[in-house]
Design a protein. Structure first.
Length: 301
């Protein structure tokens, strides 16, 4: 009798196991889904809709995502055109903002943030000063440019030599929000037999959208060798999808020049930006109370 009971229990247990394996797996409750990470993606659908979302789960037919306003949204895979990973720094209140197209430079002075390999830009200042910068690697970039007006001018029998310059730079991200860099400015100025050479170091705190940079440089030319270094303190902060505030300030050798400060607005598109600023110091203010207007535009390539 006891043996029959044991056999009966064994058969019942095996039948239960077989039934469990024969049934379809229970679907996971969507309410219990947890985000695997905080990575953000730009998801474009066939109807033109763009979503900024975290991917919760996906298979060959379905993708389940979470947006700022919808904690769970189910998408058909055959309706998805593209999925692109985007940086969290470009997400503000759930809205995607295209990356800063001019993230490595303020007005003229650079930050320690370096161009990525293969990225570059063209900058035009006052329609006269042309410059280019290109990322050779993620940590090394090189730039250069020239001033256009003097190529057309003549004084007596003497043609102007254009102002031209070369600007190699090394930049490294050493912590999440700390970048360090070094570089050189090598320039030719009309009337000079030997070039102007300046070496500088940079420390940038922040990210590509909101940051500030302290720079220090020392240079020499055939006219003079400053007895004290040049300091720069610059910053930018993005206040909307297409607008940033920007400032660039120079503390020059006091035996030569007065400190120069500036404040302005940067308007940005996905591949270009334009800066409108005012440059001022004690001397400029005598003739221009608000400062001398500064205008440039940048095209990224």
């Amino acid at each position: 009798m006891r043996l029959r009971a044991v056999i009966y229990m064994f058969i019942c247990t095996m039948i239960s196991i077989i039934n469990c394996y024969g049934q379809e797996p229970a679907k996971q409750n969507l309410g219990d889904l947890q985000k695997a990470d905080s990575t953000w993606y730009m998801i474009v659908l066939k109807d033109g809709t763009s979503l900024t979302a975290n991917i919760l789960m996906q298979d060959q037919k379905t993708m389940i995502v979470s947006t700022q306003s919808l904690p769970r949204l189910e998408l058909a895979q055959d309706q998805i055109v593209s999925v692109k990973k985007i940086q969290s720094v470009n997400i503000k209140s759930g809205e995607y903002r295209f990356p800063n197209p001019n993230e490595t430079r303020y007005l003229f002075a650079p930050s320690a943030i370096n161009l990525k390999k293969g990225d570059g830009y063209y900058q035009n200042t006052y329609l006269l000063l042309q410059s280019f910068n290109y990322g050779i690697t993620d940590n090394f970039s090189i730039g250069g440019g020239f001033e256009f007006l003097s190529t057309l001018g003549v004084i007596g029998d003497t043609y102007f030599n254009p102002i031209c310059f070369l600007t190699p730079k090394l930049g490294f991200q050493v912590q999440e929000k700390l970048y360090l860099g070094v570089g050189m400015l090598i320039g030719n100025i009309p009337g000079m037999t030997y070039p102007l050479i300046m070496g500088y170091g940079l420390a940038t705190y922040g990210d590509t959208e909101d940051n500030m940079t302290l720079g220090v440089g020392m240079g020499t030319s055939e006219f003079t060798t400053p007895k004290s270094p040049v300091f720069t303190l610059s910053g930018m902060t993005r206040i909307s999808k297409r607008m940033s505030l920007i400032t660039e300030n120079w503390i020059l050798p006091l035996d030569i020049y007065q400190p120069i400060f500036s404040y302005g607005i940067r308007f940005s598109g996905e591949q270009m930006s334009a800066d409108f600023a005012l440059i001022n110091n004690a001397e400029f203010a005598e003739g221009f109370f608000l400062g001398i207007p500064y205008v440039d535009f940048v095209v990224k390539f």
